[in-house]
Design a protein. Structure first.
Length: 384
């Protein structure tokens, strides 16, 4: 068995367009007034054919339409992509097909079209249940629209995730507790709960550098918010299976688990990354970020990649360490040793155990709840 099979195989498709650019967002997203969706359909199908020929016979576990705002895609475009995927790879019996959506672009008819095409999971970018904070975050929807969009999604799809951002400007611990409790009352089965981070190259990043982004919480308050999040979600039956993701047992995002378990995934679309094991060699792939640049390259060269680079075994082990420890289930130390060529340092393991940062059960190495709160520091200690 090749190492990637421990994680599975998925396809990620990037739709780069949004109605507007959120000030905190550092994803590859662009505002466009006119989009030739037929032209994009041809490019996506060309890439599916190319990558399918290289991975022929693999069992496909997941498909993920990310962005950008994939809920701006015509259902006919999504249908054409999924149909080509079905004829390219044999699918697992429980194949998961996720599409990201923004509440402001949700229409019941469009959602039914996605479901008819084969989408069986929606991930919705709600981000806040407070109208003033939604405006601060540059979101185009209101809380009422978010609730209506969620109800529409739940009426069509059995599985619906939504994202919330916390540690926002002027947000108190009591504010976040009330908001999270309100969200849990909406019969959700999966949450992605992220602390607001200020990224270079974003509008928030520029504002923060100029001293204009006031009211961000101190580190201690952000840590308290994280720990309280764990308590509230666990009590509601949605424990964290990953640092920022909570779910009822069985409702975990199977696509994201492929990333965290260091499986293989084909990345299609502008700025999409991939990891593919071909002829025994694991490869990192990348694509041009420019939507027009990627589209033109596919049309002219029949290949949307800008990079295909071998990943050494030591680098694979570091990726596995960084991703695997994000999971509550942790990582397999034998698998890590097979990739790295050297086991973890026994003294480091003992020290981290003694201070309550990790726990070891047989060959499973896990970060504890306290360890996940400072995970980057734990990973630095474990690095070879």
């Amino acid at each position: 068995m090749e190492d990637w099979q421990n994680g599975g195989f998925g396809v990620y498709l990037h739709w780069p367009f949004c109605t507007s650019k959120c000030p905190y967002c550092d994803f590859n997203s662009h505002v466009a007034t006119e989009i030739d969706q037929d032209r994009w359909r041809k490019a996506y199908l060309t890439e599916i054919d190319r990558l399918g020929a290289q991975t022929k016979g693999r069992i496909l576990n997941t498909v993920f339409f990310g962005g950008g705002t994939p809920s701006l895609m015509d259902p006919a475009l999504v249908d054409a992509i999924i149909d080509r995927i079905r004829t390219t790879w044999p699918q697992a019996n429980d194949v998961e097909i996720t599409l990201e959506a923004n509440p402001s672009s949700v229409e019941a008819g469009r959602f039914r079209g996605y479901a008819d095409a084969g989408v069986n999971r929606i991930s919705m970018g709600v981000q806040a249940l407070n109208d003033a904070d939604l405006r601060r975050l540059g979101r185009l929807h209101s809380v009422a629209e978010a609730r209506a969009a969620f109800e529409t999604a739940r009426s069509v799809f059995a599985r619906v995730n939504f994202d919330l951002i916390y540690a926002r400007q002027d947000q108190t611990l009591a504010d976040w507790k009330a908001e999270l409790t309100e969200a849990l009352a909406m019969a959700i089965d999966h949450f992605s709960l992220y602390q607001l981070t200020i990224e270079d190259g974003t509008a928030f990043g520029a504002r923060h550098a100029a001293g204009g982004l006031r009211g961000l919480p101190e580190d201690d308050l952000a840590a308290d918010m994280y720990l309280m999040t764990q308590d509230i979600c666990e009590a509601a039956g949605l424990p964290a299976y990953e640092v920022s993701n909570h779910a009822h047992p069985g409702a975990e995002s199977r696509h994201n688990l492929i990333y965290w378990r260091a499986g293989d995934y084909a990345g299609i679309g502008p700025g999409a990354h991939g990891r593919l094991t071909l002829k025994g060699q694991r490869l990192a792939t990348d694509t041009p970020k420019s939507p027009l640049g990627w589209l033109t390259q596919v049309e002219k060269a029949g290949n949307g990649e800008s990079l295909r680079k071998a990943v050494s075994l030591p680098d694979q082990s570091i990726e596995y360490l960084m991703m695997g420890l994000r999971l509550r289930a942790g990582l397999d130390m034998d698998r890590y040793t097979h990739l790295s060529g050297i086991p973890f340092r026994r003294g480091t393991l003992t020290q981290l155990q003694d201070i309550g940062m990790i726990e070891i059960d047989g060959q499973r190495l896990r970060a504890t709840r306290n360890g996940r709160a400072v995970l980057n520091a734990v990973i630095r200690e474990l690095m070879p």
